[in-house]
Design a protein around this ligand. Structure first.
Ligand SMILES: NC(=O)c1ccc[n+]([C@@H]2O[C@H](COP(=O)([O-])OP(=O)(O)OC[C@H]3O[C@@H](n4cnc5c(N)ncnc54)[C@H](OP(=O)(O)O)[C@@H]3O)[C@@H](O)[C@H]2O)c1
Length: 283
């Protein structure tokens, strides 16, 4: 069975999850079913990915008990606020055809850049969090967390929260380390999840990574995943190819020498998506 880590509320989460963003464009049900066949039991979806129905159907039709899965979904940034959160959560459960979620995250700490509510994010976050705390206490969510929250977003939330976030899901990979946010979360016992752990394939030709992948006899993708795991992050690789889905599950078997970890850590900015919670996306 896939190795698991314990979140700050005692809930166990598999260290490697299947990322479903853009994985489901052609045959969503088929792709998620393949991922389950490859061995994934931790599935990362979001209202925004418009594939919660596919994820739910693939889980149901796998014949594997729901209790063996770890399902994450996310509250979209356009739906922040107390009432919206309650309503959006119900929509998510209905689409998944499930009666609970393992993890529910606030997808982004503030509405889209340019949105009229852009400046009201502090209050909106606190209201969403209050709704999520209630859903958690009702047993409808096993753990609650955030995504793309930097220290200044977390600070405000923590001042008003009864329950500490269990997770912060951030873009984390070689060439984009977000050290300040990672240190802040470590200090608060908030687990890090790494999105785009392969830098959405933008890292595959980075000379240092190519050199090190050759040294270990592995692919650059696997090197990126091993780097994130060795930093203690939960990883969410996405692939639409069965053999890569399987390959990515092996990242846990690789140990990189500390000197090589250090070389990767000192790489300049690379593979960044251009997305930042407080800024308009630059591509
Ligand atoms: N919270 C957030 O705001 C947020 C934002 C973005 C993503 N996410 C989550 O993180 C997940 C992963 O991120 P991502 O999808 O952006 O990017 P990613 O997992 O870093 O990279 C996916 C890309 O890498 C390729 N790939 C995967 N495994 C490979 C392998 N073994 N060898 C060669 N190429 C490989 C895939 O190609 P093929 O598909 O062709 O195999 C695809 O092009 C998402 O699916 C989503 O669940 C969250």
């Amino acid at each position: 069975m896939m190795e698991q880590v314990r979140l700050n509320n005692g809930v166990m989460i598999p260290k490697i999850g299947y990322g479903t963003y853009k994985a489901t464009i052609e045959d969503g049900y088929g792709i998620v079913s393949e991922a389950i066949k490859a061995g994934y039991r931790h599935l990362d979806t979001a209202a925004l990915y418009e594939n919660e129905e596919d994820v739910g159907r693939a889980v149901k039709e796998s014949g594997i008990p729901r209790s063996e899965f770890f399902i994450t979904s996310k509250l979209a940034r356009y739906a922040l606020g107390y009432e919206n959160t309650k309503r959006e959560f119900e929509k998510t459960l209905n689409k998944l055809e499930m009666d609970y979620l393992d993890l529910y995250l606030i997808h982004w700490p503030r509405p889209d850049y340019g949105d009229a509510q852009f400046e009201d994010w502090k209050e909106l976050d606190v209201e969403s969090w209050r709704a999520m705390e209630e859903l958690y206490e009702e047993g409808k969510i096993k753990a609650i967390g955030v995504s793309n929250f930097l220290p200044h977003h977390l600070e405000h939330l923590l001042e008003h929260a009864k329950i500490k976030p269990a997770v912060n899901q951030l873009e984390l990979h070689p060439g984009y380390l977000q050290e300040e946010a990672v240190e802040y979360c470590k200090d608060k016992d908030i687990a890090m999840e790494a999105w785009s752990p392969i830098g959405r394939a933008r890292l595959l030709k980075e000379p240092l990574l190519v050199e090190l992948a050759e040294k270990y006899g592995i692919s650059v993708a696997l090197l990126c995943l091993a780097f994130d795991l060795q930093n203690g992050y939960i990883i969410l690789p996405k692939s639409t190819h069965f053999e890569r889905m399987e390959e990515n599950l092996n990242a846990d078997a690789i140990t990189l020498e500390e000197g090589d970890m250090e070389r990767i850590r000192s790489m300049p900015l690379a593979g960044w998506s251009g997305e930042h919670p407080d800024r308009e996306t630059v591509r």
